[in-house]
Design a protein around this ligand. Structure first.
Ligand SMILES: Nc1ncnc2c1ncn2[C@@H]1O[C@H](COP(=O)(O)OP(=O)(O)OP(=O)(O)O)[C@@H](O)[C@H]1O
Length: 279
């Protein structure tokens, strides 16, 4: 990614869903990973969760979608999704997660077709022509060639695997995507393709995003707002434009900005113009 750039975000669409997390606490034994954490995501909005390693970012996403049990706090959908209670089938349909490592999140012995059909079967949406139509649409939406439909994960590139994982998340037509470092396992050029795909899907479908990333440039590119975490707590909240402008007031945010600047690759040298031909 290049310099940090702010995004405007799509206008809210009717039925767009948001998220309210209040007083969330997640502990693993004696270790408190998330401590009294609250944030809101407006319907159709996009929020980046950033912070150092071990600050609790992934635990927040896992608690929101019910993969880990929260010891305290509330998770509620707002906007069009209000009323779908955590744990209900309606919530599981509306909220989908995309993981960092598509190799780990896809079943190694199942074809793309089967991976995409499974959520449809769970939610009883696989009757008759609906199964075919949904699978074909999901593949097209993530730009995957229909010829890859009966391949296994090991027969795909890393970028193709992550597209399958995104298609699997989209096939139930969710309103909120939880993205846990969705591009960090990919090569830089493929990262940009997948980020552009996510951005386009968000605009097209009016999706809301919560995205965890180490990479401030990635988050600033895709998200309008950022929450900075340290030691399981929120220590800063700022807009992508403020992040791009630099000079955050919070020490943790500044440290992330400095780390991002330190890792930014220098621009490639501009080739010298060819020598002028004698007249
Ligand atoms: N299943 C688990 N069992 C025990 N401890 C866990 C578990 N999951 C996370 N932790 C611990 O909780 C803390 C927060 O982890 P978490 O993965 O949420 O952080 P993170 O900010 O996403 O880190 P990273 O950026 O390195 O992925 C860490 O100290 C981690 O070791």
């Amino acid at each position: 990614m290049g310099a940090l750039s702010a995004v405007g975000g799509p206008p809210p669409v009717p039925g767009a869903t948001g998220l309210a997390v209040t007083g969330l606490r997640v502990a693993f034994g004696d270790h408190v990973a998330v401590d009294d954490l609250s944030f809101t995501l407006p319907p159709g909005g996009s929020l980046g969760l950033v912070g150092g390693s071990g600050s609790g970012k992934s635990s927040v996403l896992r608690a929101v979608c019910g993969l880990v049990r929260a010891q305290a706090g509330q998770v509620a959908l707002t906007g069009g999704g209000a009323g779908a209670a955590p744990g209900s089938a309606a919530f599981r349909r509306r909220v989908q997660m995309v993981f960092q490592d598509p190799y780990g999140s896809l079943h190694p012995r199942q074809t793309v077709d089967r991976q995409l059909a499974e959520p449809l079967a769970i939610h009883r949406l696989d009757r008759g022509a609906a199964r075919e139509a949904r699978i074909e649409r999901a593949l097209a939406e993530v730009g995957l060639d229909p010829g890859l439909r009966f391949r296994y994960p090991h027969q795909l590139s890393g970028g193709q695997r992550q597209r399958v994982a995104i298609a699997r998340a989209l096939i139930l037509e969710p309103n909120l995507l939880l993205l846990d470092e969705p591009t960090s396992a990919l090569d830089a050029s493929v990262q940009a393709e997948v980020l552009n795909l996510l951005d386009a899907l968000r605009q097209r479908r009016g999706l809301a995003f919560v995205m965890v990333s180490h990479d401030l440039a990635v988050v600033a590119h895709l998200c309008e707002d950022l929450v900075v975490m340290a030691r399981g707590r929120v220590v800063d909240r700022l807009g992508a434009a403020a992040l791009a402008a630099g000079g955050a007031a919070c020490a943790e945010t500044r440290a992330l900005q400095e780390a991002a600047a330190g890792f930014r690759r220098p621009a490639p040298p501009v080739p010298a113009p060819p020598p002028a031909m004698p007249a």
